[in-house]
Design a protein around this ligand. Structure first.
Ligand SMILES: [Zn+2]
Length: 201
């Protein structure tokens, strides 16, 4: 990795931090100075935690959620209805829907969107895995819970097209989450309402 060639330790940390989503150089410097001035055990704990999440956590082999086991607690929960599958773009969105308590089926995490202008093409999404889940679990309804944004709608359209011949009911969460709102930033009540008021796609 190019970062290893950066000799100055502070610059190396700044460079590594700017590789995280949403962190620009100014924020990276602020965080780096903060770490410098923090108690000695803080950087040690931070480094340890960073190594640990890669060592102990993995992606659920079924839904793509983050998990300590090969299959996550949601997919292993027999009280949930495997015939209802909620497709989300990210793990954050899954967690927001879980917190709303409005859904008792299973999930599929896309880990992305269709956004051709950003170089994200439909082929980049693992829709083959989605289709095999639909068949294996005898799914009756696929709820497409992508954001009501341009990318979210494009993704929903693509998924609906891929699922058309599967004989499943395809629904879309109601768009009134919040004005221009994204699932990740919505409150649990609004998310629950958007799921309850889903419409056939
Ligand atoms: Zn899972």
């Amino acid at each position: 990795m190019i970062v290893r060639d950066v000799q100055d330790p502070l610059e190396r940390l700044v460079k590594l931090l700017t590789m995280l989503p949403g962190i620009g150089e100014r924020t990276a410097r602020r965080l780096a100075y903060h770490v410098l001035r923090a108690p000695a055990e803080y950087p040690e704990d931070l480094a340890h935690a960073l190594l640990e999440i890669r060592g102990k956590l993995c992606e659920c082999s079924s839904c793509g959620n983050i998990s300590e086991q090969e299959v996550c607690p949601i997919c292993s929960d027999t009280s949930r209805d495997p015939r209802k599958l909620c497709v989300v773009a990210s793990i954050q969105d899954l967690q927001v829907i879980e917190r709303s308590g409005s859904f008792r089926g299973r999930y599929f995490v896309l880990h992305g969107y269709v956004a051709p202008l950003d170089g994200l093409n439909p082929e980049d999404l693992d829709t083959d895995h989605l289709l095999s889940l639909v068949r294996e679990n005898g799914v009756r309804e696929v709820i497409i819970a992508t954001n009501p944004t341009v990318e979210g709608e494009a993704t929903a359209g693509y998924l609906a097209q891929r699922l058309r011949d599967e004989g499943v009911k395809i629904t879309r969460i109601a768009s009134g989450i919040q004005h221009g709102g994204e699932i990740e930033y919505s409150d649990p009540v609004s998310v629950a309402r958007a799921i309850d008021r889903r419409d056939e796609y």
